[in-house]
Design a protein around this ligand. Structure first.
Ligand code: 5RP
Length: 297
């Protein structure tokens, strides 16, 4: 009924002279993405710090009951409030995580291999419709550059990127490293750059030295680091600090959190390093203080 509105014409405020704000976007290489992808990425990465602490607990899909993660239902729920994002399989999510949680989920979407066989021989096992039904904030698969099934893993991520584009679903590419590959800057620069150029939205790789800053510089999308094998807590914090210092946008850490002496304290200490760039020594003090407080109770 447009006519009925005439009487209030003189009360309207068009903000004449106030230019409409042009919104940029805080993540590297993401300015030209669509609203839905950006909204999902902004759930994963904290828009204030531009960083994220993702908790990876997808290990069971290839390794079975990993040390520290024998009982997902007991280990993961108490960590959730201390991290920014969950990275897991749909089975773990459905069975062990309360659907009332308000944390974004990056859904592991590949399958086809276990530690008993060639880990690069994977296919995509989760449809994008299923990922949307599970309210995923992103989907992920690994890319095995230089492995026997390199081509198949590149096809897997391309499939997720193409299908994800229909739903505004970001894709995390994981750089998997075969036993025979050198874990150096040259290899990770290659793998991260390939993943970015195929159209993934962020990439997970390993910290390496020297040259991690070059891996970051040559990758036009945000990088998060995996924790890798369990390290002493101070060493894991040092690794996270160096990665952030050289331009990583966060961690997607599993064993170094859930297999720590005190996983809850470690999640908070990692958070301080990632979001506040707290020194590893101070974060380790924080870890010990939190750990000791608990043991006093
Ligand atoms: C394997 C993965 C794992 O999630 C990854 O290894 C992270 O866990 P961790 O910090 O324990 O290494 O993506 O492809």
């Amino acid at each position: 009924m447009p006519d009925n509105d005439k009487s209030s014409d003189d009360k309207k405020d068009y903000g004449i002279g106030v230019p409409m704000k042009q919104h940029g976007f805080f993540l590297k290489g993401s300015a030209h993405l669509g609203w839905g992808v950006k909204n999902r990425l902004a759930q994963i990465f904290n828009p204030k710090s531009g960083r994220t602490v993702m908790l990876a607990f997808d290990h069971g899909y290839i390794m079975g009951p990993t040390t520290g993660l024998e009982r997902i239902d007991l280990v993961v729920p108490p960590l959730i409030k201390h991290i920014d994002c969950l990275m897991c399989t749909r089975g773990a999510l459905r069975t062990c995580i309360d659907p009332t949680v308000h944390k974004p989920v990056v859904l592991r979407s590949s399958t086809g291999a276990t530690v008993l066989r060639d880990l690069s021989n994977e296919v995509i096992g989760v449809t994008l419709a299923e990922a949307c039904a599970m309210n995923a904030a992103a989907v992920t698969t690994q890319v095995c550059i230089g492995a026997d099934y390199e081509k198949e893993t590149l096809a897997n991520i391309s499939y997720l990127i193409n299908e994800g584009a229909k739903y505004g679903m970001p894709v995390l590419g994981v750089t998997a490293v075969g036993k025979e590959m050198a874990r150096d800057a040259r290899y990770f620069s290659l793998a991260c750059r390939v993943i970015a150029e195929l159209g993934a939205h962020f990439v997970k790789t390993y910290y390496c030295e020297p040259g991690f800053d070059e891996v970051v510089a040559s990758c036009p999308i945000p990088i998060v680091i995996a924790g890798g094998k369990k390290l002493p807590e101070l060493d894991a914090l040092k690794m996270a600090w160096k990665a952030i210092d050289q331009g990583a946008c966060g961690v997607d850490m599993g064993r170094n959190i859930f297999a720590a002496d005190d996983p809850i304290a470690m999640a908070q200490a990692v958070g301080a390093v990632v979001h506040k760039h707290e020194s590893p020594e101070k974060a380790f003090d924080m870890y010990n203080t939190l750990k000791n407080k608990k043991s006093e109770k």
